[in-house]
Design a protein around this ligand. Structure first.
Ligand code: PGA
Length: 257
């Protein structure tokens, strides 16, 4: 097997859990209290994206540790008559420090398009919330050789005219839709190729310094068994973990890959 190149130590590493629509407050607090003492020895910074209702309790339970709590979505407006929506400053108010934007479940099930996601990213950055932008192709797009065209379209559409300076806090997550919740992880080679494409595309448009410093996470059926191999790829700087982040013991094995 080909020897993988060492990951550049200059780039930060961030592993984020995404709980999706799971857990009650009691379950969340027990989980965070168990995880908080373990993140200090993790091989990456550790983030946890929890449902809105759990942000405050999770952030309180994480106090005194380096565990970073965030949200899974937000609205693009600063405030207003948007029944059922949540604004960035409300997330900050309850202790969120980051927000996942453009997850494929939101794109597919709630019809979010690149333009809407772009407005959310702009708002998050303006209000001081770190965005994790998710992009990725469907199986059909991959099989018809459209992967790179789709990634380029999502990057351009979601980042728009934001400057490299404005985008500095951004984290990018490459999540092939066919690998999410399917037990079908992208091979490290497939993921590395997509990450490398994103980095070079961003380098052309937003400059090498921005692209080289950008944390790019891989997401899609990450497990303790495949985390180390994925993390050994030169352009994989982190992981976005759904199902396997729900159990504290399993997630702890991933952050200590
Ligand atoms: P999964 O989800 O790890 O359950 O595949 C990843 C994600 O949707 O972020």
């Amino acid at each position: 097997m080909e020897q993988s190149v060492e990951h550049p130590a200059s780039r930060e590493r961030v592993i984020a859990g995404n709980w999706k629509m799971y857990k009650t407050r009691e379950e969340a607090v027990a989980y965070v209290k168990a995880l908080a003492p373990l993140v200090g020895s993790a091989l990456a910074k550790v983030y946890l994206a929890v449902p809105y209702t759990l942000i405050h309790s999770a952030a309180e339970a994480a106090k005194g540790s380096t565990l970073v709590i965030g949200a899974q979505n937000m609205n693009d407006a600063s405030e207003g008559a948007f029944t059922g929506e949540i604004a960035a400053k409300m997330l900050l108010d309850v202790g969120a420090q980051f927000v996942i934007l453009g997850h494929s479940e939101r794109r597919q099930r709630f019809n979010e398009d690149n333009g809407f996601i772009h407005r959310k990213i702009r708002r998050a950055l303006q209000d001081g919330l770190q965005p994790i932008l998710c992009i990725g192709e469907t199986l059909e797009e991959r099989e018809s050789n459209k992967t790179e065209a789709i990634l380029a379209e999502q990057l351009t559409g979601c980042l728009g005219d934001l400057t490299s300076g404005e985008l500095a806090p951004l984290i990018l997550a490459y999540e092939p839709v066919w690998a999410i919740g399917t037990n079908r992880t992208a091979t490290p080679e497939i993921a590395q190729k997509a990450h490398q494409f994103c980095r070079s595309y961003l380098s052309e448009k937003w400059g090498t310094a921005f692209a080289e410093a950008l944390v790019i996470q891989y997401g899609g059926s990450v497990k303790p068994e495949n985390a180390a191999e994925l993390m050994s790829q030169p352009d994989i700087d982190g992981l976005l973990v759904g199902g396997a982040s729900l159990d504290v013991e399993t997630f702890n094995r991933i952050i200590h890959f």
